[in-house]
Design a binder for this molecule. Structure first.
Ligand SMILES: N[C@@H](CCC(=O)N[C@@H](CS)C(=O)NCC(=O)O)C(=O)O
Length: 200
């Protein structure tokens, strides 16, 4: 498999999951301005949507969208428990979290990264902070989003929290989230993925 990524982008979540599971995934970085990959390929020819992540499977098919790629990678090693079994009630809970992260958190960062005006940026920070408060409350009773064990949703949430640092959203006011971020940052797989992307 090959993961198309950009350092520190949302693709870091998939990278972390691949590391957690020790999957044989080749990495190829993408310049999101030129849409060329590190080997000079036209990224639009690989993923016409133009954004990362994209996962080229061993049969040559290309999978896109964080929520799909994260579950695909998690399902490669079911015994690791990063994705609950298909059809289980926990699997729908995982999808609920992935939907929240992608739709309510990830997308809310757009004005902050894509040169929104001051009002749009302030509104984005307000929205993200309110949505993080919801997550913080949920993390009051268990270490990870799904309970006692780390899941693919935690990898995605972690990346969102690294973005908070970049855009000046202080998460120290959220004790459970801050504790979560510190714990996830200490995971070997997370350290390896961040190092490989030049982030640590
Ligand atoms: N809906 C997509 C969005 C992915 C996305 O926003 N990727 C960003 C990096 S975090 C990107 O590549 N942006 C460059 C662009 O949109 O051209 C997903 O969840 O996979």
């Amino acid at each position: 498999m090959k993961l198309y990524y950009s350092p520190g982008a949302c693709s870091l979540a998939s990278h972390i999951v691949a590391e957690e599971e020790g999957l044989n995934v080749v990495l190829e970085s993408v310049d999101l301005k030129t849409h060329r990959t590190e080997t000079g390929a036209d990224y639009f020819a690989i993923n016409p949507k133009g954004y990362v992540p994209a996962l080229k499977l061993d049969d040559g098919k290309v999978l896109t969208e964080n929520v799909a790629i994260l579950q695909y990678l998690g399902d490669r090693e079911p015994e690791d428990g990063l994705t609950p079994p298909p059809d289980s009630s926990d699997r729908y809970r995982l999808q609920e979290w992935l939907g929240y992260i992608t739709g309510e958190l990830h997308k809310a960062f757009a004005p902050l990264f894509k040169g929104g005006g001051d009002d749009a940026k302030a509104k984005a920070k307000e929205d993200i902070t309110r949505r993080l408060k919801f997550v913080d409350d949920k993390l009051a009773t268990h270490p990870y989003l799904m309970g006692a064990a780390f899941s693919v949703a935690d990898a995605y949430l972690f990346v969102m929290l690294t973005w908070c640092d970049e855009v000046g959203i202080d998460i120290s006011r959220f004790a459970h989230l801050a504790r979560f971020k510190d714990a996830v940052a200490k995971r070997e797989a997370v350290k390896n993925a961040m190092k490989a992307e030049g982030l640590a």
